[in-house]
Design a protein around this ligand. Structure first.
Ligand code: ZN
Length: 249
């Protein structure tokens, strides 16, 4: 199984299209949630993912924007984006978002697990080894894929030996390979955010998991940033949501 891993698209159509155009050959597309929220093209992103994804788990923005959950714990900027998104979502888009399954789940034909936040709770952020520890120690799955933090990278552990890693893209490279051991090592991996990266690199982030060759490859792909920012501004969404795309924060 070669799976293309996409997470946190957040209504950024330009980033999503660039990622799909650059993606290496794959057997399936796994969607780790937050297809909408923040960006200016929620319906367009839903249409693409409805068509392309073979397995999906819902994100907190998918839940709130489709009315599954209230936005009470969202900050004012995020809430403004939720209100705008709810106003423009078509019935078709909302129905698809509403029906997105709660993670974690194991996609058909795969030995891995997908989750929006922590497998222990879909809205829990996995930010450090403390958050990842329980899963790394007890998971039946070699690889657990998660999103939610918008930071590409993750953790691996064999017993009490552990390591955190972040792809080395600083020299401008766009590809970083993590070989997967078959010795019982457990991996918690975040492909990064397609539509709103927060790890200091503005380029769209994604990953490819190859369960046969035991490799996980992290990618960064440039996209039409100005166009995505223009859509946010023209929609009347907060300016900060456009500015942060360039900062990758
Ligand atoms: Zn998100």
């Amino acid at each position: 199984m070669r799976a293309l891993i996409l997470s946190d698209i957040h209504g950024n159509l330009e980033a999503l299209e660039a990622v799909l155009a650059a993606a290496p050959p794959h057997d399936a597309v796994w969607n780790l949630g937050d297809v909408v929220g923040y960006g200016g093209s929620p319906n367009e992103c839903v249409a693409v993912m409805r068509d392309r994804s073979d397995a999906s788990v819902r994100g907190n923005h998918d839940k709130v924007c489709s009315g599954v959950m209230p936005a009470t714990h969202f900050n004012p900027t995020a809430r403004q984006a939720v209100e705008w998104t709810m106003g423009v979502l078509t019935t078709e888009s909302r129905t698809w978002l509403e029906a997105m399954p709660q993670g974690p789940l194991s996609p058909p034909g795969s030995s891995s697990l997908i989750s929006h936040g922590s497998p222990a709770g879909e809205d829990i952020y996995v930010l450090n080894i403390r958050d990842a520890w329980g899963t790394l120690q007890a998971s039946e799955h070699r690889v657990t894929l998660f999103g939610h933090t918008h930071v590409q990278g993750g953790f691996h552990a064999l017993g009490s030996q552990w390591l955190g890693f972040q792809p080395a893209h600083r020299n401008g490279s766009s590809k970083w390979i993590l070989p997967l051991n078959t010795d019982g090592t457990r991996y918690m991996v975040n492909p990064g955010s397609v539509g709103q990266p927060r790890d200091g690199d503005w380029r769209a982030a994604f990953a490819l998991l190859d369960e046969e060759s035991n490799e996980l490859t992290f990618y960064r792909e440039p996209y039409d940033l100005a166009r995505a920012q223009g859509r946010i501004l023209m929609a009347g969404l907060p300016e900060r949501l456009a500015l942060r795309l360039r900062e990758g924060r």
